[in-house]
Write a protein that binds this ligand. Structure first.
Ligand code: ADP
Ligand code: ADP
Length: 230
């Protein structure tokens, strides 16, 4: 069952055709790696799938289990931002934690925004930090964490609302290979357990090897998509 379906997505930034007709189905519960050269349209595709950006033309439909299908590309800005908050999680390459808040407070933000009681939000955030081997870091500020620790806090914040889909744009792009592996292993353990769908942009074949499937974007189009050998 596909949870996200893109049909003939096209998008231009001025004279630049970033997406030139993308069709893509993301299966519920799968971990999908999106690869391809820099500038090929990967981030633009992810932004369209996640309702961050409305494509110039084409549609993105979102069909979570037990809920009616929605045409994300047709929603108002307000409805898209509500959907992102309730159903999606985001992890980026860097610079995403609020520098003046502790790790614990950073993780609790999405829950507080969603109206969860503060005590409950802190309890769930602490629990998740512990699962990511960060229990002893919860009172630290982002500037006091290593790169790998900060990315694990970002993963905790992205998953604390139990999203249906996790969107990750080069989540380990700023880390060395040992830290990358650590972040990905812990992240995938959590998403596999929860059945979270993952769309992850990566340049790194070793990161892509964690995925169930990879697609390659070139010049705004999908140039290859195949099942990795199990
Ligand atoms: P990738 O993620 O594969 O590196 P992007 O989706 O970021 O590729 O970009 C695709 C193309 O669109 C590139 O040529 C990029 O320079 C251009 N682009 C992306 N975002 C913008 C923007 N906000 N304004 C102008 N051009 C953009
Ligand atoms: P990535 O490797 O994720 O594609 P980029 O450095 O290409 O990172 O882009 C980072 C951000 O800048 C993205 O949000 C993208 O939309 C925006 N961007 C990319 N190219 C341009 C551009 N030519 N003009 C304005 N914004 C751009």
């Amino acid at each position: 069952d596909s949870i996200l379906s893109a049909r003939d997505l096209r998008h231009s930034f001025g004279p630049t055709d970033a997406l030139r007709g993308i069709d893509l189905d993301v299966q519920a519960g799968e971990v999908l790696a999106v690869m391809g050269p820099s500038g090929s349209g990967k981030s633009t595709l992810l932004h369209c799938l996640a309702g961050v950006l409305t494509p110039g033309s084409g549609t993105v439909t979102y069909s979570p289990t037990n809920q009616p299908m929605r045409n994300i590309s047709g929603l108002s800005e307000q409805d898209r931002s509500r959907l992102r908050l309730t159903d999606f999680g985001f992890v980026f390459q860097f610079g995403q934690l609020l520098p003046e808040l502790t790790a614990l407070d950073n993780v609790s933000i999405p829950l507080l925004l969603a109206g969860t009681k503060r005590s409950e939000a802190l309890r769930r955030s602490a629990e998740l930090l512990e699962r990511l081997d960060l229990a002893s870091m919860s009172e630290r500020l982002p500037g006091e964490l290593s790169g790998g620790q900060a990315q694990r806090v970002a993963v905790a914040r992205a998953l604390v609302t139990a999203p249906s889909v996790l969107f990750a744009d080069e989540p380990t792009g700023s880390l060395d290979s040992l830290a990358s592996e650590n972040v990905l292993t812990l992240m995938l353990e959590l998403v596999r357990e929860a059945g979270t769908t993952v769309v992850m942009i990566t340049h790194d074949p070793r990161s892509a090897a964690y995925a169930d499937r990879e697609v390659i974007v070139r010049d705004g189009a999908i140039s290859a998509g195949y099942r990795l050998p199990v």
